[in-house]
Design a protein around this ligand. Sequence first.
Ligand SMILES: [Zn+2]
Ligand SMILES: [Zn+2]
Length: 191
Amino acid sequence: MQTKKWRQMKNEYKVPVAALLRNPGSRQEANFEVKAPSGIGDSFYGVKEGSPVGLKAVLFSMRSGLEVKGEISATEEGKCSRCLKDIKRPVKVEFSAFMPFEKEMEEDSPMPYDLDEDGIYPLSGDFADFEGLIRDELALQLSMVRLCKPDCKGLCPECGADLNEVENHSHEKQPDPRFRKLADLKERMTK
Ligand SMILES: [Zn+2]
Ligand SMILES: [Zn+2]
């Protein structure tokens, strides 16, 4: 299997595409699994470095480089921002990108590409390098709302109890008025 060959290479994110580049108009499929690169999310929430990332892509050869379309799947994990419970859920991203020849990136090229532009990842020699693409696409896709469930009630600010687990949790400073008289009575009696 080709997957194995790529894994054994020094940089597992690089896919050899020499034959494809020589034949504009042709296409190549790439399906492989890699370890997630660092830098997707932060220490509280993200795709953990080294966790499995699946990539399915079709690479189309063009005169100026490769057009790439595909899907990335991974697992995002972290803590619920309200109740701090651990969250782990699958994330899937569809992407399309362009991988121009390195010379197309140069300033005197007829049409230089701007690296700051989304979805531009220059080829590195005869290899398509997916590391930056995987990092960018997953980072963009990370859930903005980091909750264990949409209506997570969070923790009690006074005692830290998980309000999802207990019903009618409260720390009322004012006793129930119905008990007020009773409390007063009790106070008088103990004096
Ligand atoms: Zn929660
Ligand atoms: Zn409480």
